[in-house]
Design a protein around this ligand. Structure first.
Ligand code: NCD
Length: 321
C-alpha cells in the first residue's frame, strides 16, 4: 500500500472531500517528482513503477483528457490497460448487467478501475463492490476529484500557494462536476474567496454552498463576470453541460456561454498575471483569440494538461503499490 492508504486511509478516489490539505500536499509532491523526472529525460526512473500491473479504464461517457492521461500514465510506468471504447455500448451493461457485478468481475482482471459513469454516485457504488481501488473519473453531475487535484496543483505551481486565492468559478456551476470537486478542494486552504459566476439557471447547487459555509470559506454569487473579472487571481471557466439538460433548459441557455464568457468584449479587464483555467472541452465561453493575446496566463492547453498526467500517474503508482 502506498502513502495515501498508509497515512490517510485512502484506498478509492471517489470525492474531493476525502482529501485534506496534507493528503493533497502528498499528491502534489508525488506529481512534482514525476514531472521532474519526465521533464529531465529521466523517465526510466518511473518506467517500471507499474510493472505487471493492469489498469481497467471503464468509461460510460466520452473522454479525451481524463482517460488518455490515466492510460498514458499507466503505459509510461510499465503497466498495461484494458478498456472498451464505450462501456455503455460494448460491455455487458447492454445486456442489463448490474454495475455491482461488473466491477466485482473486472477486479479479477485489473489492479485498479478508473471509471466514468453518467449516474451520480456510480463510483461510490462501484467502490463498495470492487476488490481493487476505484478511481472516479466523473460520475454524472457528482464529482470529478482527480480534475480538482490537477486544478489545485496547477494553481499551486503558478502562484506558489493556494492560500489567499481569489478565484472566480464561472459557467455551468449546477451541472458541472468539476465545479463541485474544485469548490470542495479549495476549502482546505486559508483565506480563499470563491466567486460563483453564472446566470441564475446555472448557479451553483445548494450542497456546494452548504459545504463552503460549514467550513467558513468566503463565497459570493454573481450573474455578470465583468463585475469580478479585474479582481481575480484565477478564473476557472466551464462549458454549458448541454448533454445533461432538458430541452427547455437547453433552449433557455442557448447563448449563455458567450454571455458569461471571456472574449474581445471584456478581455481589456484582464491582467497578465491572472490565471485563466478550464477543465476543457471549451465551447464559446473562451473566445479563441484570447489564448494568443497574452492578456492572462491561459493554462488550459498546457499546464493543466501536464498536471493531469503527473497527478494521475502519481495516484496510480501510489494506490497500486
Ligand atoms: C470535464 C468532465 O468530464 O466533467 N471534462 C474533463 O474531464 N476535463 C468537464 C466537461 O466535460 O465539461
Amino acid at each position: 500500500m502506498g502513502l495515501l492508504h498508509n497515512q490517510f486511509g485512502i484506498r478509492h478516489v471517489i470525492s474531493s472531500a476525502q482529501f485534506g490539505r496534507e493528503a493533497l500536499a502528498c499528491v502534489f509532491e508525488g506529481a512534482d517528482d514525476i514531472a521532474e523526472k519526465f521533464a529531465q529525460g529521466r523517465r526510466h526512473e518511473y518506467a517500471h513503477a507499474l510493472d505487471g500491473a493492469v489498469v481497467a479504464s471503464y468509461f460510460f461517457e466520452p473522454s479525451t483528457r481524463t482517460r488518455w492521461s490515466f492510460e498514458s500514465g499507466t503505459h509510461r510506468m510499465g503497466g498495461s490497460v484494458i478498456t472498451t471504447e464505450n462501456a455503455e455500448k460494448f460491455s455487458s451493461a447492454v445486456k442489463g448487467e448490474r454495475l455491482e457485478d461488473s466491477v466485482r468481475v473486472i477486479g479479477h482482471y485489473a489492479d485498479a478501475i478508473v471509471m466514468r459513469h453518467k449516474r451520480t454516485g456510480a463510483a461510490e457504488l462501484a467502490a463498495n463492490y470492487a476488490k481493487v481501488p476505484v478511481i472516479n473519473a466523473g460520475d454524472g453531475t457528482g464529482e470529478h476529484p482527480t480534475q480538482a487535484m490537477l486544478d489545485l496543483y496547477t494553481i499551486k505551481k503558478l502562484r506558489g500557494t493556494i492560500d489567499g486565492v481569489n478565484i472566480a468559478i464561472v459557467g455551468d456551476l449546477r451541472l458541472g462536476r468539476t465545479v463541485r470537486s474544485l469548490a470542495k478542494g479549495l476549502c482546505n486552504y486559508k483565506k480563499v474567496t470563491v466567486h460563483f459566476v453564472a446566470p441564475d439557471i446555472l448557479q451553483v447547487s445548494p450542497d456546494v454552498v452548504d459545504y463552503l459555509a460549514l467550513r467558513r470559506v468566503k463565497f459570493q454569487k454573481h450573474s455578470n463576470i465583468n463585475e469580478v473579472l479585474a479582481d481575480m487571481d484565477c478564473i476557472y471557466m466551464t462549458r454549458t453541460q448541454r448533454e445533461r439538460m432538458t430541452a427547455e433548459e437547453d433552449t433557455a441557455t442557448k447563448n449563455a456561454d458567450t454571455e458569461y464568457g471571456i472574449g474581445t468584449h471584456n478581455l481589456h479587464l484582464m491582467r497578465p498575471d491572472q490565471i485563466l483555467m478550464h477543465p476543457l472541452p471549451r465551447n464559446n465561453e473562451i473566445e479563441f483569440s484570447p489564448l494568443t493575446d497574452g492578456r492572462a496566463k491561459s493554462v488550459y492547453l498546457d499546464d493543466q494538461i501536464k498536471a493531469g498526467l503527473h497527478v494521475r500517474a502519481f495516484l496510480l503508482k501510489d494506490l497500486l503499490n
